[in-house]
Design a protein around this ligand. Structure first.
Ligand SMILES: *Cc1c(COP(=O)(O)O)cnc(C)c1O
Length: 384
């Protein structure tokens, strides 16, 4: 049976070649340092695990959950938004649970797009924005994120006829892969733009709690009028080292939350309730683990900065997220340089073109290994 055109048209899996080389290096018994994966290396805090264990014993949690999430979970999200951002969210109409934010990001296009509709998608960016658009039969329109613009899209560059046809706009700050952050002024412009072209803004805030040097990322929903034009995707994955648990939410515009809830009631049956109780424990319990996490990533970032300065690499110190976005040396492509480093230094870097055409010429380092390993990786590269 032939797969759909949309499936056939998905971008090729760029990391396949690299994965073969990693496998080969490991087969030879070489010590590979993986600066490639964007998956926290630390465990989920104990009190969250304890809440899961306790809730999993209650037979009430063994049945189908509500597809939009327990009201108690949505209340926890709403209270967290109030205390963290000063944003008011009605838990019954402005929050919907997700099986991780990726699930919602991938599905929202199916709930909003007809064949040929356009989504505005950042490049470089998390591949799911464009892939979800394509799987829904839509067309991504690329918003280039360039260093000279602080990796923010330039809204004035989007042609009028494109903006008029666009249904969704994806943005993501603190940003994966560039480490850039956005201020409220940028979000105000986005709200205005979305209002004048009738676009639903989808802000991916997965890294809002991972930031450095005292910086605290704002929520898009803090901006007056944001809730009329947009939603925010969020999850516990990065803040509480819970990538494997698959639990997140979408919050904001009540019509969009209703549409998403209705979509999900037809596609899945929500998040295992015991995991939702663990999520409540995460959001309402002690937050010192989050402070420690920020401190840990900052130490790793500083170790990376130190090593990279010695290498003479060109980069900007990130204020948020757990990635560093670095220019490849002259004469190399992204893929060529990453392959070279893997072969000669057994260090895995992620080629920037995996995040879109404007990622070409860059590579990404993830701060998901210990500082000493980051230092060692950079020393190995320096020796070349
Ligand atoms: C990790 C990540 C997410 C979170 O995905 P979950 O499905 O919530 O685990 C979302 N967006 C970006 C850009 C990410 O890097």
């Amino acid at each position: 049976m032939k797969e759909s055109t949309a499936m056939q048209n998905l971008p090729p899996y760029l990391f396949a070649r690299i994965e073969k080389k990693i496998e080969a290096a490991r087969q030879q018994g070489l010590d590979v340092i993986n600066l490639g994966i964007g998956d926290p290396d630390q465990p989920t805090p104990q009190h969250i695990i304890a809440a899961l264990v306790q809730a999993s014993h209650d037979p009430a949690n063994h049945q189908y959950p509500s597809s939009v999430g327990l009201l108690r979970y949505r209340e926890a999200v709403s209270r967290w938004y109030q205390s963290r951002f000063g944003v008011d969210l009605d838990p019954s109409t402005e929050v919907v649970s997700l099986l991780g934010s990726k699930e919602g990001i991938a599905h929202i296009s199916m709930a909003y797009l007809d064949a040929g509709d356009i989504n505005l998608v950042p490049d470089p960016g998390y591949p799911v924005y464009g892939i979800g658009t394509q799987l829904a039969g839509g067309t991504p329109y690329i918003m280039p994120l360039k260093e000279e613009n602080g990796y923010l899209p330039v809204l004035e560059d989007i042609p009028d006829h494109v903006a008029k046809q666009a249904k969704l706009m994806f943005i993501n700050y603190p940003n994966n892969p560039t480490g850039a952050v956005a201020d409220r002024e940028f979000y105000r412009k986005v709200v205005e733009f979305a209002r004048s072209y009738d676009i639903l803004v989808c802000h991916d805030a997965a890294y809002s709690e991972i930031s450095f040097d005292g910086y605290q990322a704002p929520s898009f929903l803090e901006i007056p009028g944001a809730k009329e034009v947009g939603v925010e995707f969020h999850s516990l994955s990065k803040t509480y080292n819970m990538t494997g648990w698959r639990v997140g939410w979408m919050a904001g515009n009540p019509e969009a939350v209703e549409v998403m809830g209705r979509f999900k009631s037809n596609v899945d049956s929500g998040v295992f309730q015991a995991i939702q109780y663990a999520g409540i424990a995460a959001l309402e319990g002690p937050q010192d683990s989050v402070d420690q996490l920020r401190k840990m990533y900052q130490e790793r970032r500083d170790a990376a900065i130190e090593g990279m300065r010695q290498l003479g690499w060109s980069f900007q110190a990130p204020q948020g997220g757990f990635y560093m976005w670095v220019k490849v040396p002259p004469g190399y492509t992204s893929a060529g340089y990453c392959e070279y480093i893997l072969e000669k230094a057994q260090v895995i870097l992620t080629p920037g073109n995996g995040y879109g055409q404007y990622g070409e010429g860059y590579f990404r380092i993830a701060l998901t290994v210990e500082a000493s390993r980051i230092t060692e990786a950079l020393q190995r590269i320096q020796k070349l």
